[in-house]
Design a protein around this ligand. Structure first.
Ligand code: FES
Length: 636
């Protein structure tokens, strides 16, 4: 079997001839970017072959690899097959980097009413006059302290076994922990002394890319620590469909399940270390995630969700012991998984709805969560429509020549001088730019449109005599940063193809919003609030989102970012057990609209493939702005 040696670490791995360098890298424990799921489309898995032979057709990928890269033996790890012993360099840019993870859950507007309580108890020791059993004595004392009735509390065997020793070694001063679980009250822990103030819970946002954990004190609701991690499953596929495909392979589901648990445990460790608390004192874990992620976390086969007729195994909320799936928290701590609406509308969206409060009032709201896939919810406390679709990777920086995730060095804000066309930009962590992330791309599109550098179809106006507007490799492009300004030694440009990909992505989102509005008979003026959930929505410029027609035009003051709605919703359910009951009600209230079955969606999509839309009367303020641009350039 050939050996692949990865440099500069000299990590070696043996792999069967004909397997890809990507498979070898994963086997060696490297987390390689696989934005397109290994289809040879995104160019994010570039590696340099220093010695040895591979099977790789450079000509086939000339649109992704520059001439200089071909000369340097750069190839795509997902496409290059190992023929004999190799020495391969994995550049930093190819490895999954520390993400700019959105941990902000905003304000948590909820009462404190958790599902776990601690009671510090001083028991009267038994005597010949009082021979009540230890367990009865303990449960009576809980009842006397204001807890549930003795008969209503179930005590599992493993806790009963601890009781005699803990009672006697503590001098009959103990702390008992009781949780409300679906079957009733449960005694989940007994320990020596007074630990009543050490009662914590964890809220988890289980994302396809990132994981965020909040640890809260359940005695007063305060945040004790926050942790995050990228989802270690990324090395098995970047997007959700490639994860399901991986799950179908032999042992794939078990591996993905354990990677999800590892990722949550890593974030739990970070959060508990920063809080200075023991993870054993975490008594409940509440997880919000998309339907496929939560299925995988629970070890439930997700395969049938991507095959007709697309059904999940379970939609209702799930509970079990957290340790049963490997979470590193207290021995009898509970795990609560948010319910889902469908295969595409999961617990993360239910959490967004809970966090936004849109299910509580009469006013009509539109909630939009954008990643590679997007979800849209329209409605109020009486009714809700929802749909989901693929936005494509462009809005997150994928399949855009210099697009990148929101990592350090990504251009995240851009303004363009409308006269000189010179851009000003800021990057994440103020590093020299390496590429442009989603919020920067939205700015770029809006600013190029407002400066009349591109027309409403996204075509670059090559008649404008500015050195930044030029013909690139067979395609017009606009130079955002000259190579001596960048960290990559190359000009960072946006090409006409990139612009078209961005327009197609934004068109999917707008068409979905319009389809739901048409279905409900709602005009844009009737929408009181638009909520953006998730990292992408949180960082983007809301005016620019309207300018390009990513969302319907409403007064910009009505558009709010709710931050990480999934973690906010998980926090609310953790702190207030009554909200857990509301979740199923929300899930049952929502009518899921299958966009593929809606002929009107394709019409809306076609109309939305313009900036901002074919019908400018739907975007009156943008129309005014664009009119001013034409007047400035003297074309009107
Ligand atoms: S080109 Fe290899 S993962 Fe996309």
């Amino acid at each position: 079997m050939p050996t692949v040696t990865f440099l500069p670490s000299f990590r070696k791995v043996e792999i069967a001839k004909g397997r890809t360098i990507l498979e070898a890298a994963q086997k060696a424990g490297f987390h390689v970017n696989v934005v397109c799921g290994g289809q040879g489309k995104c160019g994010k898995c570039k590696v340099i072959v220093k010695s040895g032979h591979t099977e790789f057709d450079h000509e086939q990928y000339e649109s992704i690899l520059s001439a200089a890269e071909v000369e340097d033996s750069v190839c795509l790890a997902c496409q290059a097959k190992v023929i004999d012993d190799l020495r391969v360099v994995i550049p930093d840019a190819t490895l999954v980097q520390e993400q700019q993870i959105l941990v902000d859950s905003g304000e948590i507007p909820t009462a404190l009413n958790p599902a776990v309580w601690k009671y510090f108890l001083t028991l009267v020791p038994p005597s010949l006059d009082d021979q009540s059993p230890d367990l009865t004595r303990l449960l009576w004392e809980i009842e006397k302290s204001g807890g549930p009735q003795e008969r209503a509390i179930y005590a599992p065997l493993e806790v009963i076994r601890r009781i005699p020793r803990v009672l006697r070694e503590s001098g009959w001063k103990i702390t008992a922990t009781v949780a409300l679980v679906p079957g009733g009250y449960r005694l989940i822990h007994v320990e020596k002394g007074d630990t009543a103030s050490h009662i914590y819970g964890a809220a988890v946002d289980l994302g396809t890319t990132t994981i965020v954990v909040y640890i809260r004190n359940l005695a007063d609701g305060h945040i004790m620590g926050i942790g995050s991690s990228y989802n270690h499953q990324i090395s098995c596929g970047e997007d959700i469909l490639s994860r399901v495909t991986y799950a179908k392979s032999g042992g794939g589901l078990a591996k993905l399940q354990s990677l999800a648990v590892d990722s949550i445990n890593a974030a739990l460790t970070e959060a508990s270390n920063s809080a200075g608390i023991d993870r054993e004192d975490i008594y409940e874990v509440v997880v919000a995630g998309n339907t496929i992620m939560t299925h995988i976390l629970m070890g439930i086969d997700p395969a049938y969700m991507i095959e007709e007729p697309y059904v999940p195994v379970v939609r209702r909320y799930l509970t079990t012991a957290a340790q049963r799936i490997g979470l590193a928290v207290g021995e009898n701590s509970g795990l609560f998984i948010f319910p889902a609406v469908s295969d595409f509308i999961g617990g993360d969206i239910i959490a967004d709805i809970l966090a936004s409060g849109m299910a509580e009032g009469e006013e009509i709201s539109l909630l939009i969560d954008i990643g590679t896939n997007f979800e849209v919810v329209l409605g109020n406390r009486d009714w809700m429509f929802t749909c989901a679709g693929a936005a494509g990777p462009a809005l997150e920086g994928g399949e855009v020549l210099f697009g990148m995730r929101a990592n350090p060095g990504a251009i995240e804000r851009i303004t363009i001088d409308p006269v000189t066309l010179v851009p000003s930009f800021s990057t994440i962590h103020n590093q020299k730019p390496k590429g442009i992330c989603g919020s920067g791309l939205i700015d770029l599109l809006a600013q190029l449109l407002e400066a009349c550098v591109i027309d409403r179809t996204g075509r670059i106006n090559m008649t404008i005599a500015r050195e930044r507007i030029r013909m690139g490799r067979h395609i017009p492009e606009f130079v955002v940063a000259w190579k001596d300004e960048t960290a990559i030694g190359r000009d960072i440009v946006v090409t006409e193809n990139d612009i078209k990909a961005l327009i197609m992505s934004k068109a999917s989102v707008l068409a979905a919003c319009q389809t739901l509005m048409n279905k409900a008979g709602i005009a844009r003026g009737e929408i009181s609030r638009i909520f953006f959930a998730g990292a992408f929505g949180n960082y983007l410029d809301k005016n620019h989102a309207i300018t390009i027609g990513l969302i319907p035009e409403v007064p910009v003051g009505r558009v709010t970012g709710i931050g990480n709605g999934a973690i906010a919703g998980a926090n609310i359910a953790l702190l207030n057990r009554r909200k857990k009951k509301v979740l199923d009600e929300i899930a049952q209230k929502i009518a899921y609209i299958e966009l593929n079955a809606e002929s009107a969606f394709m019409d809306e999509y076609t109309r939305s493939c313009f900036l901002p839309h074919t019908d400018l009367s739907l975007f009156p303020d943008v129309e005014t702005k664009l009119g001013q641009c034409r007047i400035r350039r003297g074309s009107a």
